[in-house]
Design a binder for this molecule. Sequence first.
Ligand code: KIV
Length: 258
Amino acid sequence: MINKIKKIIKKKNKSKIVCLTAYSKNIAEILDKHVDIVLVGDSLGSVLYNFDTTRKVDLRMMLDHTKSVRMGVKKSLLVIDLPYNTYRNKKEALKNSKRAIKETKCDAVKIEGGTRVKNIVNHLVKNKIPVLGHIGVTPQTMKGKFKSVGKSEKEKNRLFKDAKALEKSGAFGIVLECIYGNISKEISSSIKIPTIGIGASVYCDGQVLVTDDILGLTNAKIRFVKKYVNIKKIINSSVLRFKKEVKSQKYPTKKYSY
Ligand code: KIV
């Protein structure tokens, strides 16, 4: 586990880090061949369960999905999102992180927040739990509408403070979500640990997106989401063909029968 983390850190300034989300084994198996980090994000709340906020995701759900993902991940670093209200203090964070690692065999946890969670991150790291930070837009505590951050001087200073605090606390990397490019660039060059951007420009040390979004499984209309395929269309036509063949008794032929 430690070697995998070191490998990720070493990529900074050498090779971009590739991270995607997975919520189950079959997708994880495909991702594992190509990415550095597989993240079981609490975005599963909106993607799979139609929740209006990730605050409704609980630890049980995260553990069950991560167990499934673990079966498909052999080489990449497997990170679990600790859901809302599972790391309110050092004791709770450590108890739940240990449980997550024991039950799912994941390699690291991700928690949202900067300066606010620095003591918690430090406590986890001291107890040998690798932590990926997450600043900028933090959906678990976000108020109001989803909007990019870092425009005002106040926001910019806060983001710098947050990034520095996480680095000092021992986080091995930081997700930068929806942050203006010039700020992501400055943050990335001012810390030694890698930044992984989502809507935070090309200047980050790596990129993460929600796999269901890039495959066209969701209807996400977010500026930073690039749809690489419309997989819904492919599934739809396959299901339709199956239906037609069942109705017309073209399926199953002898080949598919005993
Ligand atoms: O929950 C999630 O999937 C995430 C990533 C998109 C960064 O936090």
